[in-house]
Design a protein around this ligand. Structure first.
Ligand SMILES: [Fe+2]
Ligand SMILES: [Fe+2]
Length: 205
């Protein structure tokens, strides 16, 4: 039995929203944005929209366990997602596709996913770490952990360092042409933001 995208979204939200961390960099709103971006990429690149909606909305549902207990969140999210999808009666033959995409989404694993749904989810998640949203999430993440915005000496793990170590590299790590196109403007925005930010730090702008 197949259900509409809107009904699917609503039934997953009812089950999943409460599991999400209240950390603004990985909360339910992040999952919703990733879901919208997956749909946008899916229109051009293909893939199963139902699998993508389920994978996007559930991909970080286990993040709380990583933050609190150091458990790999992609594995934990897949575990919780499997329980939720069985409970809401999601097509059982598609559950393994959803869980594979969730397991493979994580940046640090350096995984090159194979299925189109895995490739799209990873791209959508990475795009949400770029652009204005990426800036907002990164400072929010740093603020919550007491990380300085920038440092006067080099390489002390400030939030600005995080842009150079990870965020500015994301555009070269994308799987699909559609995501690469969307990433261009987001990347340019981060560069413009950083150059302005560094000038203001020096009192030059
Ligand atoms: Fe994640
Ligand atoms: Fe994510």
């Amino acid at each position: 039995m197949s259900i509409s995208i809107d009904n699917l979204l609503e039934s997953i939200r009812r089950e999943a929203e409460k599991h999400y961390s209240d950390d603004p960099s990985h909360d339910w709103l992040h999952a919703e944005r990733v879901c919208k971006m997956c749909m946008r990429i899916c229109e051009k690149e293909g893939g199963d929209p139902q699998v993508l909606v389920a994978a996007a909305l559930l991909h970080d549902v286990g993040m709380r366990y990583e933050l609190e207990q150091g458990i790999d969140h992609s594995e934990k999210s897949a575990e919780i997602a499997g329980e939720i999808l069985s409970r809401i009666g999601f097509q059982s033959e598609k559950i393994s596709m959803v869980l594979e995409a969730i397991r493979e989404h994580r940046f640090r694993k350096g995984v090159k996913p194979v299925s189109i749904e895995s490739r799209i989810l990873q791209d959508a998640d990475r795009l949400d770490a770029m652009g204005a949203i990426g800036v907002a999430r990164t400072f929010s993440h740093g603020g919550r952990r007491g990380i300085p915005m920038y440092s006067s000496s080099r390489s002390t793990g400030s939030t600005v360092d995080h842009f150079y170590e990870k965020l500015l590299k994301l555009k070269n790590s994308l799987n699909t042409e559609t995501a690469r196109r969307i990433a261009e403007e987001r990347h340019a925005f981060m560069e413009a933001f950083l150059s302005r930010f560094l000038k203001e730090i020096e009192g030059e702008a």
